[in-house]
Design a protein around this ligand. Sequence first.
Ligand code: NAP
Length: 316
Amino acid sequence: MGKSDKAERAKERREKRLQEISLLRTIPYSDHQRWWSAETVAVVTGGNRGIGFEISRQLAAQGVTVILTSRDHSVGLEAAKVFQEGGLNVFFHQLDVLDTLSINEFCDWLKQNYGGLDILINNAAVNFNQGSDNSVEYASQVITTNYYGIKNMIQAMIPLMKHSAPGGRIVNVSSRLGRINGKRNKLEDANLREKLSNIDTLTEEMIDQTVSTFLQQVQEGTWESGGWPKTFTDYSVSKLAVNTYTRLMARIFSERPEGEKIYINCYCPGWVKTAMTGYAGNISAEDGADTAVWLALLPDQAVTGKFFAERREISF
Ligand SMILES: NC(=O)c1ccc[n+]([C@@H]2O[C@H](COP(=O)([O-])OP(=O)(O)OC[C@H]3O[C@@H](n4cnc5c(N)ncnc54)[C@H](OP(=O)(O)O)[C@@H]3O)[C@@H](O)[C@H]2O)c1
């Protein structure tokens, strides 16, 4: 089969799956499946536009109370207003995932006004490359926002996660570009791949060390021969860290007692028409948001530490 035939087949498969999913989205959850109510609180980072905006809309449309956060006050307020005018329970609070003061203020506000949260959607991220670019000019900002931003939020939100039988839910918006063992774009160092894949021995220090080695090589100008993913290198390293951290946190959370469980998963939204891709993606933000909402509301709460795309588990 030629390259263009393969691409054509892949496109057909993707379109078929997206059609199936839009159909699935029209099927209402039964009362039995609905573990949530208007008292259920979901926090979405980077909710002012793109996939985060859509995730906020879809979660609120299911009856969850959504706290739409944005680092820019007026833009976030405006976004929440759009939803409120449509009758949805969406409320705004400023949040910059890299600003400790902003995170602390948000935590105080959330605790005081809502008593905590049930669902955290870590959506905020940056990418500075498009098409065939592969600049690492902003590598530090990319790694800091996409990886450390998620870590900041998870660590800040853990004490605020409400205790409940269905468990707290965390969804990390990630990318297939960050697969450790994907066919393309993987780390060349098999030992490092093995180390990051071994969930029993994985530590936070190993992940931090991997991203800091990358950033050090960027600073020294040696990253190109460092065996890092070849496409959107800084972004791919950041998402590889997110995926690995998701698995690590699932292991750590599994030790929490019944009634205090937190389930954490990550997913790839696909190539989505948003500002991040210069609107060049092949799917809408609505479709890109779907798996996040599906995962956050899963009636079967035992799913944790997995990676998904189009409502199906995929490999790390
Ligand atoms: N689009 C795709 O094809 C694609 C593919 C795979 C994965 N993803 C992932 O999907 C998620 C959403 O991306 P998108 O496509 O919707 O991109 P987007 O339109 O660029 O939205 C990114 C959001 O993140 C926010 N953000 C950036 N830095 C932040 C910070 N320090 N604190 C708080 N918010 C911050 C942005 O806020 P501002 O408006 O203030 O900049 C914006 O709301 C990201 O995790 C991305 O990596 C996207």
